[in-house]
Design a protein around this ligand. Structure first.
Ligand code: GLY
Ligand code: MN
Ligand code: MN
Length: 430
């Protein structure tokens, strides 16, 4: 990891808050992610499970966290298991967490080697009635792959059939949705690094550059600033590529007169930024491009103001739909008859703006959050309206990450990232 050390009070507080939600006589187990093989002896870069990171700060494979707030043995109320390290392993694989270092990073006093897990876990299970499993209940989850957590659940159910099982997911969704000031600082850093990348690209783009060269410029700037890289696979979509929402080929040349839609964010300390900007290849928007750009920007500004405590995510999306409809009418892309005849399930504006406006963001780019509960201070959302017009050869999306405040407008973590037409044109032409 390239990031600076994080104050372990972040993880201590997170554990404390999780344990406050646990049932009597219960323990909770959190497993790290697998390391994925790519063939022969190669692996993909390791990515920690975000729940385990949130509760411990341990950023290493083969790690297990057990929380058991009412354990009769006070040493076993918070226990971390890490893979055994020694000087031989250090020479071959690099430095791994020693027990002392693990305590320093996580604030957890009791650290055991992973090889002792079964024995220690048996002892703790005999003292508990309920076990919390960490199943994935995110609304966009993909279920095809069996995770380390899934294997652990199978094995534990077979071995301890008389325990009661409970779910960590609802607690994690609730906790992770509201960011603490330390988390906001880490997210601000991810956004600031993204800003640096964008400004570098504004200086770099001109007719003839390729989408992959732009991707490389971002990556250079991100890694030079202690980011581990992209928060998600970046979209660098020039011309009509912008109308393929998940375009990630990034292999075309950028042509004079076209726009480039860039949906790119840096990750920092496992926290993510999610930004979209759309810029002209030659440094100047045409009148029509400017007109559509400003329509998207208007929707974005007004939508941002709606992100206040008490707002319901679903109703917010209906409101934003109304804003977008008004802009599309003004642009001549929709007419009154389209709107009069629209279906409630697929309103007319969806022809040009077919995705959602906002999602929670944090340790995951599409983060946890209770979407059916009213918004509250500390929620961090993206705001990302777009207008996609294949028949005119361009698509525009603008996206910032904002923090809901107790009172007043949200704080925009991307307020310093250029967005107005005049700013973009000036920066591209100096
Ligand atoms: N970059 C993914 C998204 O905007 O949701
Ligand atoms: Mn995005
Ligand atoms: Mn997004």
């Amino acid at each position: 990891m390239k990031y600076d050390p994080i104050d372990s009070s972040l993880f201590k507080n997170n554990r404390k808050r999780f344990m406050q939600h646990m049932k009597p006589a219960s323990l909770a187990v959190f497993n790290s992610n697998d390391v994925f093989k790519t063939g022969a002896d190669s692996t993909m870069p390791f990515k920690q499970h975000k729940d385990l990171f949130y509760l411990s700060g341990a950023d290493q494979e083969d790690t297990i966290l057990v929380l058991f707030p009412e354990c009769p043995d006070p040493q076993h109320r918070e226990v971390l298991f890490v893979t055994e390290t020694n000087e031989h392993i250090a020479v071959w694989e690099g430095e791994k967490l020693t027990k002392e270092k693990a305590t320093e990073v996580t604030g957890i006093e009791t650290v055991y080697w992973l090889k002792d897990f079964d024995k220690k876990f048996f002892e703790m299970m005999t003292q508990a009635e309920v076990i919390y499993f960490n199943t994935n209940e995110h609304y966009r989850q993909a279920v095809e792959m069996e995770t380390r957590e899934d294997r652990f659940i199978k094995k534990t159910k077979a071995q301890y059939p008389a325990h009661t099982y409970a779910k960590s997911a609802p607690i994690m969704q609730r906790l992770r949705a509201v960011k603490s000031p330390l988390e906001i600082q880490l997210m601000q850093r991810a956004c600031d690094i993204t800003n640096q990348g964008f400004r570098r690209v504004l200086n770099f783009v001109r007719p003839g550059v390729t989408e992959y060269e732009i991707e490389a410029e971002y990556l250079h700037e991100f890694i030079s600033n202690r980011s581990d890289g992209f928060a998600y696979t970046p979209i660098i979509a020039s011309g009509n590529n912008a109308n393929v929402l998940h375009y990630i080929e990034n292999n075309q040349e950028c042509r004079d007169g076209d726009l480039i839609l860039m949906d790119v964010g840096a990750t920092y300390a496992n926290y993510n930024a999610d930004m979209s900007r759309t810029i002209p290849v030659n440094g100047r928007f045409t009148d029509r491009q400017k007109q559509v750009y400003n329509a998207v920007n208007n929707v974005k500004k007004t939508a941002t103001e709606l992100l206040t405590p008490g707002t319901l995510w679903k109703e917010y999306h209906v409101e934003v739909g109304n804003l977008m409809t008004a802009e599309l009418l003004a642009l001549g892309l929709l007419d009154k008859v389209d709107v009069q005849n629209e279906s409630k399930d697929w309103p007319a504006y969806k022809k040009y703006f077919m995705h959602g406006t906002s999602h929670h963001i944090g340790l995951d780019t599409h983060d946890y959050g209770l979407l059916w509960e009213p918004m509250q201070a500390g929620n961090v959302f993206t705001v990302e309206p777009g207008i996609y017009i294949p028949e005119e050869g361009f698509g525009i999306r603008l996206e910032d990450d904002v923090v809901v405040q107790e009172n007043g407008s949200p704080i925009n973590l991307m307020a310093d990232i250029p967005i107005e037409v005049e700013e973009i044109e000036e920066l591209m032409n100096t």
